[in-house]
Design a protein around this ligand. Sequence first.
Ligand code: HEC
Length: 161
Amino acid sequence: MNAYPNYHVPRLGNQNAAYIVAALTEYKQAKRSHKTMQAQAWSLTKQDMEDIAAWISSLKGEINKTERFPEETLAKGKKIVEAVCHGCHGLDGQGINETYPKLAGQFSDYMIKALQDYQSGERQNPIMASFAKPLSEEDIDSVAAYYASLKENALTDLHIK
Ligand code: HEC
């Protein structure tokens, strides 16, 4: 049975392909614990994952509604990103290479949930655990707002035509 969450399902259109393959592999290996995603991913072969990832990452240029946030929140978020996150996710939220998730235009509530899950260990990733741990609740809200607000080459909604 599919369980639908009380936060947004992440935007995936235009996501970096190698990251999608890595994420699906983690669901398959149960390192990421979402029950629905584990059920969907377990039967996929590596080739299936690569095909899905190539398609998803090709979905560029759809216009989505980016969320709006107070200027102070965005400024605080930008400061933390400049100090901590930019080395991997970029100040522009693109990811420094294909293996890092693009965050530009992602839903803020999805990113907040992801960061909380890295803190709690619900989502296991040694790199992100160490960067998420020191963040306060306000820090998390601010960085999520900052990345969600970026419009340039942003993530898009999957509109299947
Ligand atoms: C050393 C590199 C590195 C740094 C620095 C880093 N990240 Fe990450 N981040 C990653 C990797 C790799 C992943 C994918 C991990 C996974 O598969 O769960 C990730 C995943 C994420 C995700 C989940 C994305 C998704 O689509 O599910 C969010 C949100 C995130 N990072 C935010 C941040 C924020 C905010 C900071 C700064 C406080 C930060 N990261 C610093 C490497 C980094």
